[in-house]
Design a protein around this ligand. Structure first.
Ligand code: GAR
Length: 218
């Protein structure tokens, strides 16, 4: 097991005599967690103003192993163990709240969260999406861009609301679609852009250069 460079998490840390905010992140995943890995690696820099305090998943998935690798607690709230999306959402809320997160990141969580989850955490609930929203929302953003014959797509970071990927846009960037691209090659080109947008947004939120409440209200 790798030691966690994060150390004890505090909501403030002294820097140049001024309190500095260190965000507690809970990251929710369904898949490989490569964007989560980027966040965990960024957190190894003592200057990074956030720490992942827990990793959550809606199913057994590869990304959960990052918990052990980085010494971060991981939990699963299996979607299929509940009778309804609402019940699953209530269980998820309980788990996430237990970690006192300042920011909840859906980083490849392939489930729509029910309204109670949005009410509980938004606007401090953000989602990465592998397309230039509002283009190609939903579970197959990469595949849909290719199927549409688009020549470019993108990466977006949004505040989660009760729509499907229709929340306020925090950041987004275009990514070209190249001749011969497959879903896999295109997704591999999009993910590094998602990571950069996500990490920069976390820094900006922690340093009060980005106000999610203001964004969500505008
Ligand atoms: C990311 O591209 C993320 O934006 C996408 O799943 C991928 C997860 O990759 N999310 C969605 O499509 C949500 N609609 P990862 O598990 O390797 O980080």
């Amino acid at each position: 097991m790798r030691t966690c460079a994060a150390g004890p998490v505090s909501s403030a840390r002294l820097r140049d005599g001024y309190p500095r905010r260190v965000l507690k992140l809970v990251v929710l995943i369904s898949g490989t967690g490569s964007n989560l890995r980027a966040l965990l690696e960024a957190s190894e820099d003592a200057e990074f103003p956030a720490r992942v305090v827990a990793i959550g998943a809606d199913r057994d998935c590869e990304g959960l192993a990052l918990g052990e690798e980085f010494g971060i607690p991981a939990f699963t709230v299996p979607f299929t163990a509940y009778d309804s999306r609402d019940e699953w959402g209530d269980a998820l809320i309980e788990q996430v709240r237990a970690w006192g997160a300042d920011l909840v990141i859906l980083s490849g969580l392939m489930r729509l969260v029910p309204p109670a989850v949005v009410d509980a955490f938004s606007p401090d609930l953000i989602n990465t999406h592998p397309a230039y929203l509002p283009e190609f929302p939903g579970a197959h953003g990469v595949r849909d861009a290719l199927a549409a014959g688009a020549t470019e797509t993108g990466a977006s970071l949004i505040v989660v609301d009760n729509s499907v990927d229709g929340g306020p846009i925090i950041a987004q960037e275009r990514v070209p679609i190249l001749p011969g691209d497959t879903e896999s090659t295109l997704h591999d080109r999009i993910k590094p852009v998602e990571r950069r947008l996500l990490i920069q947004a976390v820094i900006d939120i922690a340093n009060s250069h980005l106000d999610l409440k203001e964004l969500a209200a505008s």
